[in-house]
Ligand binder design. Structure first.
Ligand code: HEC
Length: 259
């Protein structure tokens, strides 16, 4: 019994101190308004289209999105490019296909049914090119990380000069929001890095918000239908409750008159 009690005390104190150190070193996430939060939340189409642009012009150099196909770009609930636009986007990439009748592999422009092309042939190649760190696949990253959209947005804007007591190796950068504050990805965004097709000014914050919205959609493409269904279910339940209440009153009123 004594042993159990001391073990319990040990565990709770470890948990307590761990929490303390985590909360001491992790600053609060940066805040921004997300259009997709809340019961009526929807993705902002403009942000999704701009986010795709940031992905393909910046992040796609290192990060894959292996679960997305070019056709997803034209589907309802997503960036909603027209089918022609999505075909045009797909055709700007080359994929390996084959073998043909001569038994040889060949490259061809991508089609709507193709998955997003990968920046590296395999995980090892991606590690070799990035100082041993693997740029994670971004298809569901927004759901895989604690803090979701807020975390990714903050991480992208969280680069800073390291405090004097932190030494950084080559290829390692200081980031306020990364676990342990050290990240092997240099700051990917800088003001004016892309030129938005819709004329929006490409500040760092704007790009961080747009790419995060895009990553949120890829991780949760059915959010809008889910919200719609949720709302309908609530309305249905309210109507049902009213009907049940009225029926109950009617039935019991008969019982009362008899007594
Ligand atoms: C030059 C290559 C490169 C580019 C470009 C790049 N990244 Fe990364 N990224 C990496 C590497 C490498 C890691 C792994 C870092 C680590 O584990 O220390 C990473 C990690 C991440 C992580 C995960 C951090 C975590 O919690 O583990 C996120 C989120 C991320 N990148 C987002 C982006 C976004 C968004 C863009 C485009 C705006 C982008 N990256 C562009 C190389 C890159």
């Amino acid at each position: 019994m004594k042993k159990l009690a001391s073990l319990f005390i040990l565990f709770t104190s470890i948990l307590f101190f761990q929490n303390q150190s985590i909360s001491a070193e992790k600053p609060k996430f940066l805040e921004t308004d997300w259009t997709f939060k809340g019961l009526f939340g929807k993705y902002d189409r403009g942000a999704l289209q701009r986010g795709y642009q940031v992905y393909t012009e910046v992040c796609a150099a290192c990060h894959s999105m292996q679960y997305l196909s070019y056709r997803n770009l034209a589907e309802p609930g997503g960036p909603e490019f027209t089918e022609e636009e999505a075909k045009f986007i797909a055709a700007s990439f080359e994929v390996l296909d084959g073998p043909n009748s001569d038994g040889e592999m060949f490259t061809r422009p991508a089609k709507l049914s193709d998955k997003f092309v990968m920046p590296y042939e395999n995980v090892e190649a991606s590690k070799a090119a990035n100082g041993g760190a693997y740029p994670p696949d971004m298809s569901v990253l927004a759901k895989a990380r604690k803090g979701g959209a807020d975390y990714i947005y903050s991480l992208l804007l969280g680069y800073d000069e390291p405090p004097a007591d932190i030494k950084l190796d080559d290829g390692v950068y200081y980031n306020k929001f990364m676990y342990g504050n050290k990240i092997k990805m240099s700051a990917p965004l800088s003001d004016g890095l892309v030129e938005y097709n819709d004329g929006t000014e490409a500040t760092k914050e704007q790009m961080a918000k747009d790419i995060t919205t895009f990553l949120m959609w890829s991780a949760e493409p059915h959010l809008e239908t889910r919200h719609k269904t949720g709302f309908r279910v609530i309305v249905y339940l309210i109507i049902l409750s009213v009907l049940v209440y009225l029926t109950m009153k009617k039935i019991w009123s008969r019982v009362e008159t008899k007594i």
